[in-house]
Write a protein that binds this ligand. Structure first.
Ligand SMILES: Nc1ncnc2c1ncn2[C@@H]1O[C@H](COP(=O)(O)OP(=O)(O)O)[C@@H](O)[C@H]1O
Ligand SMILES: [Mg+2]
Length: 490
């Protein structure tokens, strides 16, 4: 049985006279209520302010009249009041609901459902109302929708795609699923990846409406992340954890990863690679917008952001520079402690199909609670790259800049870039390429050497800070690099 059906049935079995069903999917809810009523031989009567109460005249378009009518005529079975929410600021309507409640307590064969797309239960009748927040279709329902779609000769859903597509469709409403299947599967040759891309695009739209979650396109490949082998291996080992096979086999789903360390060493880049590696959509939470006040108080906005991300699971929630995001200042003092505690509680209870990818630069600012075992599956420390890693990074960026690798002396470049981070290496390569282009020459070793000679790496001016970061991380995190803890000195 689907989650929705068991929630609705629970309310009926519990004999709640008034059930508030919070969901934007009215059609789906009404269909479910009918499917429960039919085998029990119970009638279903619906009401809306346009149609009035089924079987009655236009005067029942008025919600108070409608409620009085079904009480007076002692209508049995299920009564569905559609879109009553806008009338709930009228005390007469609220009073009428209370009367329906009192009458319903005596009359056990009637359940009144208020199906509303907004959650605005009036304080005065909160105690009387049984509240249900109906999630979007679960896997059972999605499988059924896909089976139906497969009957449609116009749609082509390859068999090998069904499992992943089912999982990817979670979080979308029935209409959104229908729409996306029609759009993605209409053309003959659509393969799994194209269909998944369409689904991600639809999820992106859903999330966009929330305002502060930004879709991070699956554009970043892990092959473009140099060094950091321990971290990369960790990610690669988990790349199939979000497939249905893994979920069905009960393999524990990873919860989250924290990457902290020296800036410019590829933490944000590593986070960005997750979505294409794992084939699930990723959203960056823009905490500046949460704090901006544009979306209500930061607490409300944050709560809504977390709810939105839950609704599009499976997904990666990327929180960049979490120390700022959580409102922590340099010394770890909390500027917004409510948000911080909300986040920690949420991390503990969050739905299993949300993976958190967090990065942190000012790691001393992270309070112990964040690092406590069990919150993140792993905490990696990203140090300045070792000489082998620098070579790796140099090659990646040379290739990205269409250089001919044979024209470069990597032993020399390893030595010249001692103490450099990945971002500085990238910058130097771009500068060298630009200069060569300007002089109309192919770009080669001497251009790069000239630029490297002019740049002072951050680690020269920040030696003490970097030392402090290292010694802090030494006992608290796993090195992201396979070359170990002091590799960067080489
Ligand atoms: N290990 C690396 N491999 C390849 N490129 C890197 C690496 N580290 C940094 N870069 C380059 O520098 C840019 C900035 O790095 P970023 O990931 O933002 O660093 P951080 O988040 O650790 O401060 C990246 O987009 C990438 O182009
Ligand atoms: Mg970063």
């Amino acid at each position: 049985m689907s989650e929705m059906l068991s929630m609705l049935q629970g309310a009926i079995i519990g004999q709640s006279p008034i059930v508030y069903v919070y969901s934007p999917e009215e059609e789906r809810i009404v269909r479910a209520i009918k499917s429960i009523a039919e085998p029990l031989n119970l009638p279903v009567t619906t009401w809306s302010c346009v149609t009035g109460l089924d079987g009655y005249g236009n005067e029942t378009q008025d919600p108070v009249v409608a409620i009085k009518t079904f009480i007076k005529d002692n209508i049995q079975g299920m009564i569905v009041l559609k879109d009553l929410a806008p009338f709930l600021d009228d005390f007469k309507v609220v009073r009428a609901i209370r009367e329906a409640y009192n009458d319903g307590r005596k009359n056990k064969n009637r359940t009144v459902f208020l199906v509303c797309a907004d959650n605005i239960v009036p304080e005065a009748i909160k105690k009387e109302i049984h509240f249900l927040e109906i999630p979007t279709p679960d896997e059972n329902e999605i499988v059924k929708i896909i089976d139906e779609a497969k009957q449609n000769p116009e749609l082509n859903i390859p068999d090998d795609a069904v499992r992943e597509v089912t999982l990817a469709l979670k979080g979308l409403t029935e209409n959104e699923i229908d729409y996306v299947l029609h759009r993605a599967c209409k053309n003959e040759g659509a393969d799994k990846d194209q269909i998944l891309d369409e689904i991600f695009a639809e999820k992106k739209n859903v999330v966009k409406k929330s305002g502060f979650l930004e879709f991070s396109p699956p554009r970043w490949k892990i092959e473009n992340l140099g060094g950091l082998d321990n971290l990369k291996q960790w990610l690669i080992k988990r790349q199939d954890m979000f497939t249905r096979e893994a979920l069905e086999a009960g393999v524990p789903v990873p919860k989250g990863l924290l990457m902290m360390g020296v800036s410019g060493c590829g933490k944000s880049l590593a986070a960005k690679t997750i979505s294409s590696l794992w084939n699930i959509p990723m959203f960056r939470l823009d905490m500046n917008l949460v704090f901006s006040g544009m979306y209500g108080t930061p607490e409300e906005a944050f709560h809504r952001a977390l709810k939105t991300i839950e609704s599009v699971a499976p997904a990666v929630l990327w929180i960049d520079e979490i120390e700022d995001a959580l409102g922590l200042d340099e010394s770890g003092q909390r500027i917004a402690s409510h948000i911080f505690s909300t986040f920690l509680t949420w991390m503990q209870e969050k739905p299993p199909l949300i993976f958190i990818a967090a990065t942190a630069n000012k790691i001393q600012a992270l309070p112990a609670e964040v690092l406590r075992k069990g919150r993140f599956d792993e905490v990696f420390f990203c140090d300045l790259p070792s000489k082998e890693e620098r070579e790796d990074i140099i090659k990646i960026h040379l290739r990205r800049n269409n250089a001919n690798l044979e024209d470069f002396d990597f032993k020399m470049l390893q030595i010249m870039t001692e103490g450099w981070n990945g971002a500085e290496i990238e910058q130097a390569i771009i500068a060298a390429r630009t200069e060569a282009f300007y002089e109309n020459r192919p770009f080669a070793q001497r251009d790069l050497e000239a630029v490297i000679g002019r740049i002072v790496p951050l680690s020269d001016t920040m030696e003490n800070q970097i030392k402090a970061i290292r010694s802090w991380a030494f006992t608290r995190a796993t090195p992201a690099s396979k070359y170990g803890k002091s590799a960067a000195k080489r």
